[in-house]
Design a protein around this ligand. Structure first.
Ligand SMILES: [Zn+2]
Length: 112
């Protein structure tokens, strides 16, 4: 039977190209919140969104260096709409939910 608990620490592999990205920040902030507030709705929401808005490398364990956001889809020209996951508007809003985190500062520019 599949657990409904978010699997923490599995989306960003060690030595991932996503280290230092908004994805890594959200995952870290969500894991820390989970430790303080088990069964947090925000944590579940964060991990669900990270399974949609993320890089191909993180979602499929590849490491092709493509940092575009899969969840943002394609633009009218058939190219990735968000060429770097740090520019994903969905993740920018989600990062704002963790604005109290001490490492939030660098993401404030994008979620304001
Ligand atoms: Zn996205």
């Amino acid at each position: 039977m599949e657990s409904t608990k978010p699997s923490l620490g599995t989306l960003v592999p060690e030595e991932s190209p996503s280290e230092g990205t908004i994805v890594a920040f959200i995952e870290k902030a969500a894991q820390e919140l989970e430790e303080r507030e088990p069964h947090s709705r925000l944590v579940r929401l964060a991990f669900r969104l990270l399974r949609i808005h993320n890089t191909h490398a993180n979602l499929h364990r590849g490491s092709d260096g493509d940092m575009s956001c899969i969840g943002c889809g394609l633009n009218p020209l058939g190219e990735r709409a968000t060429t770097h996951v740090n520019d994903c508007p969905t993740l920018m809003v989600l990062a704002g939910a963790f604005s109290g985190h001490p490492e939030y500062g660098m993401w404030a520019r994008v979620s304001a």
